[in-house]
Design a protein around this ligand. Structure first.
Ligand code: MN
Ligand code: MN
Length: 307
């Protein structure tokens, strides 16, 4: 029976109605939720992100008419459920994420993580770098997330994961792109720091000047044939299109542009993906969760085309 034989408003929501299973042997892709929001710097709520994205994913009928592929048919996908997070303990949560994900990645199964806030990318990168070595990273975000400890007051938070990842040698900084960066900061140092750490920081103004097509070509050129980890903070998208998030910044990508940017990664050796910062308590009419589920669908389509 097709996983889409049921009506979209019927049944229990795994992502795309794939089987809920801890058995990823022989699977191409494992979906995992990380319902964690302890280190958000403004409004919390991303602990409800995975559930909301899964619920809206039931609307994905299965065939991608732009990329011309049916990822749920082309790939064997399982939904591992959620990581056992510890809401008051970021270190314990990060250990739990790495413990659950590392063996899956080591087995050659691609992981798609549904956040959760952006701190979860650090243990996810640890798990992926253990298999692939230092990774090219395509990072869509309004924020560089490379705060230092003195400035933010915390070593580990959703404002610091990529500084920590670079320090730990998880990222190949010759192919680390930050895309869509914008909004007021405390001073010019945020961008200076990110660039000094090695990030190719592309502001939203630069992105719009280039246009999606040239920007995508630049991303593909920079990454080349390296294994690449893609991390998508939903606040890269304008809050008019994605209001359900913890630290909204006006003046971002439209939902259509974000879809195009993910499709623009077609042909790259994508080894992992996370979609973070979807915060349902601020999400009127599930608009952000619908976008999130569609962005995951586009990423699954890329994996299906590579298979
Ligand atoms: Mn972020
Ligand atoms: Mn952000």
């Amino acid at each position: 029976m097709s996983v889409f034989a049921a009506q979209p408003f019927q049944g229990i929501a795994t992502f795309g109605r794939v089987p809920h299973s801890q058995d990823y042997s022989g699977a191409d892709v494992a979906i995992v939720g990380v319902p964690f929001d302890a280190s958000v710097s403004y409004r919390s709520g991303t602990r409800f992100g995975p559930r909301a994205i899964r619920e809206q994913s039931l609307l994905l009928w299965g065939y991608n008419n732009v990329l011309r592929v049916a990822p749920f048919q082309a790939l064997k996908i399982v939904d591992l459920g959620d990581v056992d997070v510890v809401p008051v303990d970021i270190a314990a949560t990060h250990r739990a994420i790495e413990a659950k994900i590392a063996p899956v990645v080591a087995a050659g199964c691609k992981v798609i993580a549904l956040g959760g806030e952006h701190s979860i990318s650090l243990p996810l990168l640890r798990a992926h770098a253990a298999k692939y070595g230092p990774l090219a990273v395509v990072h869509f975000d309004a924020h560089p997330d490379t705060w230092d400890e003195e400035y933010s007051g915390y070593k580990y938070s959703h404002g610091t994961p990529f500084r920590r990842a670079i320090e730990e040698g998880l990222i190949d900084t010759s192919a680390y792109l930050q895309i869509g960066i914008r909004g007021p900061t405390a001073g010019p140092q945020d961008y200076v720091d990110a660039r000094n750490l090695g990030a190719k920081l592309i502001t939203i103004d630069e992105a719009f000047t280039l246009g999606v097509e040239k920007l995508s070509a630049f991303i593909r050129e920079t990454v080349g044939s390296r294994p690449v980890y893609v991390t998508l903070d939903i606040d890269a998208v304008d809050p008019a299109f994605a209001p359900g998030t913890g630290t909204p910044e006006v003046g971002g990508f439209s939902s259509y542009q974000m879809l195009q940017l993910v499709r623009g990664l077609n042909g790259l050796n994508c080894v992992g993906f996370d979609l973070v910062e979807v915060s349902p308590p601020f999400d009127g009419q599930q608009i952000t969760a619908i976008l999130g589920s569609n962005l995951v669908f586009e990423f699954l389509s890329l994996l299906a085309l590579r298979k």
